[in-house]
Design a protein around this ligand. Sequence first.
Ligand SMILES: C[S@@+](CC[C@H](N)C(=O)[O-])C[C@H]1O[C@@H](n2cnc3c(N)ncnc32)[C@H](O)[C@@H]1O
Length: 218
Amino acid sequence: MPQTANADPAEFIRANTDLIMPPLVCEINLLLANEAQPIWLATEADLDEYGLPPPYWAFAWAGGQALARYILDHPHEVQGKRVFDFASGSGLVAIAAAMAGAIAVTANDIDPFAITAIALNANSNGVNVTTEIRDMIGQPLDEYDVLLAGDVCYEQSMADRTIAWLRDRAAANKSVLLGDPGRSYLPKTGMDWVIRYGILESGPLEDTDARNAIVWRV
Ligand SMILES: C[S@@+](CC[C@H](N)C(=O)[O-])C[C@H]1O[C@@H](n2cnc3c(N)ncnc32)[C@H](O)[C@@H]1O
């Protein structure tokens, strides 16, 4: 690892990433890892040694790419609305919402490196995105109209907590959209299929064929 968690997060992110366009969302540049960077192949044990959580923020996940593509192509979903992007990672979906005309966008993640990456990425794409680092699962989010979630069903406990909460918020008349590449923990019922995308490539942290991703309405 060229730099450790003790380094300034922005410095660490810049040293371990390149400015890259996700294949499905070429309007947006993000600081992402590629094969040449050590964090691309680092195992969780390697990262743990340096006090780093898995660098989810360094990849544009297939579910997030699909959701960002859908929003850019269907701006009415967010235009003039207040948007909350749950588990934002690199900030890809939040940035897409801001570009598509949302009046306010909050990107939420519990990883401080993600929060720094989101700020850097929003800045380099020329959009305003507010960040929120707390675990917001279970919160009413009364101040938002639209809730977005890209690739959040990669672990059973995360999927169970998140989907129950998103369903509850949809029942409270929020518009809730979720992008997913076919994760086994995604419930098979209670979602309406919106659109499917094929994606040419994805990161090394995938547990599934990430070349297809679906946007669902919860
Ligand atoms: C697979 S990544 C998806 C990132 C992004 N949405 C995308 O599609 O590219 C999952 C993200 O969820 C974040 N996360 C995990 N638990 C969370 C929680 N309780 N609240 C907010 N974010 C969380 C992780 O830190 C990580 O950035």
